[in-house]
Design a protein around this ligand. Sequence first.
Ligand SMILES: NC(=O)c1ccc[n+]([C@@H]2O[C@H](COP(=O)([O-])OP(=O)(O)OC[C@H]3O[C@@H](n4cnc5c(N)ncnc54)[C@H](O)[C@@H]3O)[C@@H](O)[C@H]2O)c1
Length: 351
Amino acid sequence: MSEYKERIIITGGAGFIGSNLLLNLVPTYRDRLFINVDCLTYAGNLLNLKDIENTDNYRFEHIDIRNYESLAECFRKYKPTGIIHLAAESHVDRSITGPAAFIETNIIGTFNLLELSRKQVESGDNLRFHHVSTDEVFGSLGDTGFFTEDTPYSPNSPYSASKAASDHLVRSYHKTYGLDVVTTNCSNNYGPYQFPEKLIPLMIRNARAELPLPVYGDGQHVRDWLYVEDHCRAIDLVFHRGKSGETYNIGGHNEITNIELVRLICRILDDLLGGGPYERLITFVKDRPGHDRRYAIDASYIEHQLGWVPQHTFDNGIRKTVQWYLDHEDWLESCISGQYLKYYEEMYDKR
Ligand SMILES: NC(=O)c1ccc[n+]([C@@H]2O[C@H](COP(=O)([O-])OP(=O)(O)OC[C@H]3O[C@@H](n4cnc5c(N)ncnc54)[C@H](O)[C@@H]3O)[C@@H](O)[C@H]2O)c1
């Protein structure tokens, strides 16, 4: 371990963004050790990481961030020089029916990581703490305007409230204890390895199975979509070059209503699969409570300060994404059937 001068814990590395991040960072920085700390909830899937699982500079630790003692053991073992914290309960719908897990993981889990980071720094070993958060902490916009880093917090769901609380804790550890922190607040991500309860993979999977395509309310909710690789590049930049104590908003300049997005996916499926029009499967369902109307990010701060710009246009990103899910039906089914748990037992528990 000590042969690696930099040892970076990625929490939630088996989830959607975490696995895309690890698949990018591990081969890019062969001289750094990456430790994936993940407890494998329904949303964590080790199959995502098959391409790097046997790489020298990658380790997996099956740890629940709610468990302070297990995390403390992990800090003792690796003495991390950096944390990129993505582990979270992330699905708004689930936060409405079962908020407790969101409070425990997103708030207490973040607190545990901050406490251990503080203690490590106080004992003389520095680290940088990068907190990955969401634009949902800012609440809902009207027809115009954008979220900036100065927009007041106004979370509307237990998910966004728990993320807001964790953002505040991170800020307070910088202000109170001088912990070296950076926070990023990103808009909706899309791309490979997203659990198929989220809008885009859900629509593709349902269309393929000739199931209804459920759209909340009138479908006029607006989201700003960013291709996951562009988010990962932004995290890499902010983690390495972001100013301590700063927050950076990240967004794709890609505003689209949910109904337009679902229609676009249907048209792409018509082209790729035939058997359309898939639009016939669209079904409007009762809106969810507290459903934010519009999110949109002003990303000019990270663009000017760190030179980040998204490299994917929405047109090519969404086509690539639809094609990826069509090519990875087995992966989609592994999420639903829990096959990845069997895989995990075989790969890790028997070592
Ligand atoms: N997906 C988006 O559009 C988006 C946008 C902005 C910010 N974010 C933030 O990015 C982060 C990652 O999001 P995602 O979409 O990849 O989420 P995800 O739900 O796909 O993955 C979350 C991962 O965290 C792990 N995890 C959950 N609870 C844990 C716990 N108690 N201990 C250890 N591991 C645990 C899960 O097993 C899973 O691997 C989250 O913090 C989320 O708030 C997501």
